[in-house]
Design a protein around this ligand. Sequence first.
Ligand code: NAP
Length: 285
Amino acid sequence: MVTSVALSNGLRMPQLGLGVYLVTDIAVCESSVLAALASGYRLIDTATAYRNERAVGRGIRSSGVPREDIFLTTKLWPADFGYDKARAAIAASLDRLDCGHIDLLLQHQPVGDVKGAWRAMEEAVDEGTVRAIGVSNFTVADLEALRPHARIQPAVNQVELHPHWQQPELLPYLAAHDIVAEAWYPLGHGAKKLLSEPAIVAASGAHRKTPVQVILRWHVQRGFVAIPKSTNPAHIAANIDIFDFELTAAEMAAIDALGKDRPMFRMPRWLMSAVMPLARPRPLP
Ligand SMILES: NC(=O)c1ccc[n+]([C@@H]2O[C@H](COP(=O)([O-])OP(=O)(O)OC[C@H]3O[C@@H](n4cnc5c(N)ncnc54)[C@H](OP(=O)(O)O)[C@@H]3O)[C@@H](O)[C@H]2O)c1
């Protein structure tokens, strides 16, 4: 049984989901969503920028799983920030997904007219088309800048987070402000260096689980939401098979102690601000 966390507005969010970043073969995207839902996943994470919202929607609709049991996340891209553009972009995402409401809508990056877009997102919550709103890749300074302008505070911040990058400045801030930490690159994008860490390999042997399963279990026990990406049905099934064991306090501490590296993904803010508001993703059929 997949555990869940309570968002600040009371909505419950599963702690494990499927991410579909870079899955631009739409047939593969649709079949991965179907495989995940058949394996028991109830959280799917897409984005306007992934271009595959339509395929995700088709997978959900054809799965036979009741819509109310599924937690669907998508994200607005900075080219659509600003009040008017964000209003239109939310309507376009709802149309492409074609699944009724969006459970969680995130601002994908902290650049451009964040405040105007946030107002449009708050209105979508008022109107009932979106159930919760949050951000992605926001630093403490970004969150502090949004705070006084937000009638509804962000419920989630989706950031790079894994045993090799544990966000030492951000996580205490999120905990203090009742913002759920959601992990992208939960498996370090599949990096061998992470999977072969002795602390992870030792726990893997002790519990007869794979290193990937140990890492995902660590995320769950830390209280994070993790959205590993896979298009391999065997990996998709294995990644959710983590709710029948528990890492000991010593095993958790050993993995916690790994978090001293820098993030794997780095882009200077000036480049993000220059490029992201201009790049408009073209949705796939
Ligand atoms: N908000 C943001 O800016 C942002 C940025 C990046 C990612 N994300 C989100 O986070 C999700 C996950 O990130 P990610 O896909 O980059 O990295 P990831 O989930 O950490 O790693 C994905 C890699 O791990 C492999 N993998 C998955 N399960 C495995 C298993 N059981 N055994 C062995 N290998 C396995 C996958 O290959 P196979 O497909 O072959 O299994 C893939 O190569 C994305 O899909 C997206 O939803 C958000």
